[in-house]
Write a protein that binds this ligand. Structure first.
Ligand code: SF4
Length: 461
């Protein structure tokens, strides 16, 4: 799941935040998505009922997962697909490579799949002589830059159009200095069309796998999954085992929630249902565990398996918006990634559950109502108890607990803090506050505490 973080989250986030204009712009871009999501949700009177239903369906699916997966395999096989099971990323990659190698395929087009990012499929295949082309526009951009996506729905949200213009000039020969999005998109379209026509196999992710039909559903806005699977004779669909839903009718709940939560659209432009291979071609479905069944047995984190990867928790998270997806060092960043990553390697990702204000906004927007902030809080306790938090942080928290345990100590600390804010020069305060403080005009410190003011204005404690 990790893509070798170069630094811990606080360090990487500080580097991102040091570029103040980019941080503001990133923050505003994602907030724009959040606002769109709010407007779209407000237009559906039964929105909260849909969220409740989605939560209940996912809970049922997780409780009956083995039976549903077997039912899915039976129905998918009856429809003509071949189902493969992969215990981990290595087995997934071996299966995909084996299917391509058996057919002599050396040119693969891929639509967006966070699972294949998680498994490190691209470098695995490229090392074995297979050309892998990510065909989602944002994914292609980050692939050109040889970096992972920074967001699960908006992979290149960290980049400005001028940077993409320079990249396309270098890679696709577009005009120097051109940054018009329409022009750049047309150039990418022409480039990708050649790749689609030359492909010998198409690989897609899976948004939903329907147990009672054996179909897989793939949602894209660009139609690239459809192009990539309509032309070549081999379709590989790779899915985490949590993608299962029991019934085809359940899609009526999830498809309405997914697009609105992700981008504020009423529906994803293309929601394609693959039931068996098209005539003359093959469909292989690879179902991957890679730590998911272990997570299923871990309360309270098992509910994270309900995630439908809409990205809404990232768009709303004040930390994600100001620190960028790459700072998390994992394939799925943001609040949900900060719950998932420590389940794989607690020591390596111990900083992530602290990358949250615990404001609860992530849980408020989550279409399947995962209690993300509670899970992050639970992780903090667990990681601290296991000694995975830095000694300095443990000491600071112990001291804070000691201060908070006594009203007298609390009041004294408040007076000292206000005094420091008033007398220390602004430059020193900004330095103490770190990159976050340097971005902002720190408000003047109030002369009295809220309690003192209440006493003065109301005449009592
Ligand atoms: S945790 Fe919820 S809000 Fe976040 S990506 Fe998953 S489904 Fe969307």
């Amino acid at each position: 799941m990790a893509h070798a973080p170069a630094a811990s989250h606080p360090e990487a986030a500080a580097r991102f935040a040091a570029d103040v204009p980019r941080t503001h712009w990133h923050d505003e871009s994602l907030w724009f998505m959040r606002v769109k999501r709010d407007r779209a949700a407000a237009q559906v009177p039964e929105w909260e009922r849909l969220r409740e239903l989605a939560q209940a369906i996912k809970a049922h699916a997780l409780a009956t997962l083995p039976a549903l997966l077997e039912q899915f395999e039976r129905n998918a096989t009856a429809a003509g697909a071949t189902v493969h099971w992969a215990r981990d990323a290595a087995e997934h990659n071996r299966i995909v490579h084996g299917l391509l190698a058996e057919r002599g395929a050396t040119r693969l087009v891929k639509s967006k799949s966070m699972l294949t990012e998680e498994c490190g499929l691209n470098p695995y295949l490229e090392a074995r002589g297979i050309e892998v082309v990510d065909t989602d526009l944002g994914e292609r951009i980050v692939q050109f830059r040889d970096e992972p996506p920074s967001h699960i729905v908006l992979p290149a949200i960290h980049l400005k159009k001028e940077e993409i213009g320079a990249l396309f000039h270098e890679k696709l020969g577009t005009a120097a200095g051109a940054s018009d999005p329409k022009y750049l998109t047309e150039a990418a379209r022409g480039h990708l069309r050649q790749k689609f026509l030359a492909a010998q196999a198409g690989l897609t992710g899976v948004n939903f796998a329907v147990a009672d039909t054996g179909a897989v559903v793939v949602c894209t806005n660009e139609g690239n999954a459809d192009m990539g699977t309509s032309l070549p004779p081999l379709h590989l669909a790779c899915m985490g085992l949590e993608k299962i839903v029991p019934h085809a009718e359940d899609l009526g709940v999830f498809l309405r929630l997914l697009a609105r939560s992700a981008t504020g659209q009423p529906v994803t432009t293309y929601s394609t249902h693959f039931l068996g291979p098209r005539p003359g071609s093959e469909l292989h479905i690879v179902i991957v565990d890679n730590g998911r069944s272990a997570l299923l047995g871990r309360d309270p984190y098992r509910r994270a398996l309900s995630c439908i990867r809409c990205g809404a928790c990232m768009n709303t998270c004040p930390v994600f918006r100001r620190s960028g997806g790459h700072s998390y060092g994992v394939t799925v960043p943001g609040p949900i990634g900060s719950v998932l990553a420590p389940t794989i390697d607690p020591a390596a990702h111990a900083a992530l559950p602290f990358a949250s204000t615990l404001c609860g906004s992530c849980a408020d927007v989550c279409p399947v109502r995962i209690d993300l902030h509670h899970q992050l809080l639970a992780w903090r306790g667990e990681l601290a108890a296991a000694g995975h938090t830095p000694a300095g942080k443990r000491l600071a928290l112990r001291f804070t607990a000691w201060v908070f345990a006594s009203p007298a100590r609390y009041a004294l600390a408040g007076r000292l803090a206000r005094f420091a804010l008033r007398v220390l020069p602004a430059g020193i305060m900004a330095r103490l506050a770190g990159p976050w403080g340097r971005q902002r005009e720190l408000p003047a410190a109030p002369a009295e505490s809220f309690r003192d003011r209440y006493r003065r204005t109301h005449g009592r404690a």
